[in-house]
Design a protein around this ligand. Structure first.
Ligand code: GAR
Length: 195
C-alpha cells in the first residue's frame, strides 16, 4: 500500500509515520512521498531526513480552499507516486470536490479532537477552553464536509484539573502519534488495500 503524505506544518505526525515505517511498524505500507503547500515547512526537512521524496505544491491562490485547477495538478503529482492512500497529516487547506472524488475512499485525515466535537481549526484550544474532561484525536476518511467523513479510529485523552493548555496539547499529540501510524498499518494489512 503506497502512501503519500500531505502536510503544511511542523510534521510531527509525518515524523511518527516515517519513524514507524523505519522501525518496521507500518504494516505493508510504504511512504512514497511527502507533499507540502508551504515551501519552508518543517515537514519537508523531516521527510528529507528519512530520504523520502518531497514536492512543493504550486498553488495559484492563497485561499483556505484549494482551487479545482490546482487540485488537478496535485492529483497528477500524487499519481506520479502511485498512491493507494493519501494521508493528511496537518494539511491545513480544504480540498475541493474533484480531488475528493478522484481519491474517493482513499484519503485519511487526523484531527485533534473526538469528532464530531470541535471540528475545524484550533480544536485543541477550543476543547481546553470549553472545559471538557475528555477529548482526544480522530482518524477519519475525508469526505466533502470538513472533518465529517466516516470515523476509522479514535483515541481518548483525559484533561485533569492540573493540565495546562500546553500539557493537554502534548498529550493530544502523543495520542495522535500513536494512532495515525497504527491505523495506516491496519489498513495496509486489510484485504481492501493490500498491494
Ligand atoms: C495535528 O494536531 C493535526 O491533528 C492537526 O494539525 C496538527 C499538525 O501537526 N490537524 C488539523 O487540525 C486538521 N483539521 P503536525 O504538523 O506536527 O503533524
Amino acid at each position: 500500500m503506497n502512501i503519500v503524505i500531505l502536510g503544511s506544518g511542523k510534521g510531527t505526525n509525518a515524523h511518527a509515520i516515517l519513524d514507524a515505517w523505519k522501525k518496521g511498524k507500518l504494516g505493508k505500507a510504504k511512504v512514497k512521498a511527502v507533499l507540502s503547500d508551504i515551501s519552508n515547512a518543517p515537514i519537508i526537512k523531516i521527510a528529507e531526513s528519512f530520504s523520502v521524496p518531497t514536492k512543493l505544491m504550486g498553488l495559484s491562490t492563497n485561499n483556505s480552499k484549494i482551487s479545482s485547477y490546482d487540485a488537478k495538478q496535485l492529483i497528477e503529482m500524487i499519481n506520479e507516486f502511485n498512491a493507494t492512500i493519501v494521508v493528511l497529516a496537518g494539511f491545513m487547506k480544504i480540498l475541493p470536490m474533484n480531488f475528493i472524488e478522484f481519491f474517493q475512499g482513499r484519503i485519511v485525515n487526523i484531527h485533534p479532537s473526538l469528532l464530531p466535537s470541535f471540528k475545524g481549526l484550533h480544536a485543541i484550544k477550543r476543547a481546553y477552553e470549553r472545559g471538557v474532561k475528555i477529548s482526544g484525536c480522530t482518524v477519519h476518511w475525508v469526505s466533502e464536509g470538513i472533518d465529517e467523513g466516516k470515523i476509522i479510529a479514535q483515541s481518548p485523552v483525559r484533561i485533569f484539573e492540573t493540565d495546562t493548555l500546553e500539557s493537554f496539547t502534548q498529550k493530544i499529540h502523543a495520542a495522535e502519534h500513536y494512532l495515525l501510524p497504527t491505523v495506516i498499518a491496519e489498513l495496509s494489512n486489510s484485504n481492501e488495500y493490500r498491494q
